[in-house]
Each structure stands twice: as C-alpha cells, then as structure tokens.
Design a protein around this ligand. Structure first.
Ligand code: PMT
Length: 312
C-alpha cells in the first residue's frame, strides 16, 4: 500500500497540473465501490461494504460528457466508466461479437477458414457511441483511473488526492464521494498474521471505528472544493435527518441521500437550506434512463454557482 503511494501521487500531480493549466477546466474526484476490512494480515477473510460501483462509474461518464476531467478512485474490479456497458452484465463479452458479421450465426466457421471477429450488428450502434466517448476521454487524458481494495488504502489515497486537488484547483475541484466506506476496521496492532483457524469455534472480534474523514477533508485538505457526499440508508425516515446531521457535522455543500432499494431511480438532494427529491418517471425507468443523467447536470450548475461566488 505505502510503496504504491509515490506512483499515485505522481500520477495525480501530473493530471491535476495538466488540467489546472487549461482555462476554465473543472476536475472532479469520483470515488466508487466498497472498501474491504481485512481480518488477517495475510488476508483470507475480510468484511466488505455493499456497492457494485454503478453510481460512481455511471456518474464519471456524465461528468466527462459535461467537460470535466475525472479522477476515478475505485475499488479494484468494480464497475468502470465505459467498460461497465459490457462487463458485469448478463452477457459474456464474447456475446457482443460474431465471426461473420451477422447476428445469429447458423453455422460456425472452422479455425482453418481463418474467420474474422466483428461486433454483432445488433450491438454496433450503441457500442459506437460508447467507444467514441471512451476514445475521446483517453486521447485527451481526461480520465485518471486509480484503484484501491482496503479501507486503509482508500483513505490514504483519498487524503493525497484531496490535498493535491485542494492546493492546485481551489474552487474548480469537485469531490463526489460515492464509495461505500466502512465505518469499522481491525487496527494493525490487533490483526493476526495468519488465517484465523476455525477449530476454536465461534469467532468474536472487536472492530474499531474508522475516523470520519469528511471533517479534515472539508476543513483542511480541500477547503475551497465543492464537496458532495452520499448517504445510504435503508429506513426512509432516517434519510433526510441523517443527511442534515452530516452537513451540520462536516460543513460541506451537499449530501445526496439514497435508499438501498430505490437508489437507481430516486435520490434526495439535501442542503442546509432545503431538501428535494429527484425521481425518474415510470416511463423513464422503462426506457432505461439513468438517474445520473439528471444528477450530474444539476451538480454542474451548482458547482458553477460555487465558482461564481468566488469571482463576485
Ligand atoms: O455502487 P452502487 O451499487 O451503485 O451503490 C451506490 C451507493 C448506494 C453505494 C452510493 O450511492 C452511496 O450511497 N454511497 C455512500 C455509501 C456510504 O458510505 O454511506 P454512509 O452513510 O456509510 O456514509 C456517509 C458519508 O460519510 C459518505 O459520504 C462517506 O464518504 C462518509 N464517511 C464514511 C465513513 C468514514 N469513516 N468517514 C466518512 O466521512
């Protein structure tokens, strides 16, 4: 973990320097996916937080569409921008291809016929859209991908990235914290080295509380940044009060509340002054509209206002 830090710092510094030099370019840090809590130093078992990385990966694409440069800090092997359309789906990626350029191959060619691989025409037009966006992000160096696995690694990288962004970008930096971060961990001093043995019967472990990082982020690491955190609850009655509590406690700009079972079509924007729901209509849901296509343009506007306040 520590030995990868200089590489991460160098990549982030290069990325931020490049984009801070571009007039008007805004940069967003998107965090995405769950964090693990290892139970053993040689880790066989770990506790995990729920998150496939859908929110983060989807949001990153809409930020890129809006002209942002994106640092995508994600859990290793969770969903990623652009490839998410073809990974983790019911289809195997090979289902998007044919050997003769036509859907529904009746007869498979033999290897001796040296068949060529083509995209299945059924998927071609959707794939072209994704491919062009992906190539643009790549060719213009607009997307920096960094991965983590454990909660310790996540916090270490988050700290470094926020400090660099805070120093070089000021109000042009946005922090979009969609990762599902563990509240509990096993401190190194109390962690056993080898695999915990089952012969001793039931396992009792005490997990310590992970320090709340939002406080130093808002106060010290990136005090001028536009900071958006997510709040995940399962009890609807708690969503708004807990989001407001988070704003009171940490003093950042916005909490986006979501419930586990409805997160794909409804979220609540909570500020110190107000709270309002954003919900996809049944028709939008049927048509496959992604709620991030509504969330991100709204954030782009709010971020512009935040930058405007400094200029006035
Ligand atoms: O990836 P998907 O499957 O699409 O799921 C997306 C999501 C539901 C995971 C996402 O939309 C979401 O809600 N992410 C935040 C989940 C979460 O960690 O919620 P929380 O209520 O535990 O934490 C609230 C806030 O406190 C978070 O912004 C977190 O960054 C912050 N926190 C958490 C732990 C910690 N030690 N310090 C913190 O400051």
């Amino acid at each position: 973990m520590w030995n990868q830090l200089p590489e991460v710092q160098a990549k982030v510094s290069e990325f931020i320097s490049r984009h801070s030099a571009v007039e008007g370019r805004r940069v967003v840090l998107v965090t995405s996916g769950g964090t693990t809590v290892p139970l053993e130093a040689n880790t066989v078992r770990f506790v995990d937080n729920f998150s496939a990385g859908t929110r983060g990966a989807t949001s990153a694409e809409y930020f890129l569409d809006a002209g942002y440069a994106v640092i995508f800090l994600h859990r290793q092997y969770s969903l990623q921008p652009y490839s998410r359309h073809y990974s983790h789906s019911k289809n195997c990626f090979l289902d998007y291809m044919t050997t003769n350029g036509q859907s529904g191959e009746a007869k498979l060619p033999s290897p001796e016929q040296s068949p060529k691989v083509h995209v299945d025409p059924e998927y071609e037009s959707a794939m072209i859209d994704v491919l062009l966006k992906y190539r643009k992000a790549k060719d213009q160096h607009l997307l920096l991908m960094l991965d983590y696995t454990t909660v310790q690694q996540y916090l270490l990288y988050l700290h470094q990235i926020c400090k660099i962004m805070g120093t070089l970008l000021g109000r042009r930096g946005m922090f979009y914290l969609a990762a599902a971060v563990s509240d509990f961990f096993v401190p190194k001093a109390r962690m056993v080295e080898h695999k915990i043995q089952s012969r001793e019967g039931a396992l009792t472990m005490v997990l310590e509380q992970v320090p709340k990082f939002l406080k130093p982020l808002v106060k010290d690491w990136a005090p001028s940044g536009y900071i958006v955190s997510f709040k995940l609850e399962t009890d609807p009655a708690l969503l708004v009060p807990k989001s407001q509590q988070s704003l009171d406690r940490y003093g950042h700009q916005l909490v986006i509340g979501n419930l586990l079972n409805t997160r794909k079509w409804t979220v609540t924007f909570v500020t110190r002054e107000s709270h309002n729901n954003v919900t996809l209509t049944p028709a939008e849901q049927r048509d496959g509209v992604e709620i991030e296509s509504v969330i991100i343009p709204e954030l782009v506007k709010r971020h512009a206002d935040w930058i405007g306040v400094e200029k006035r």
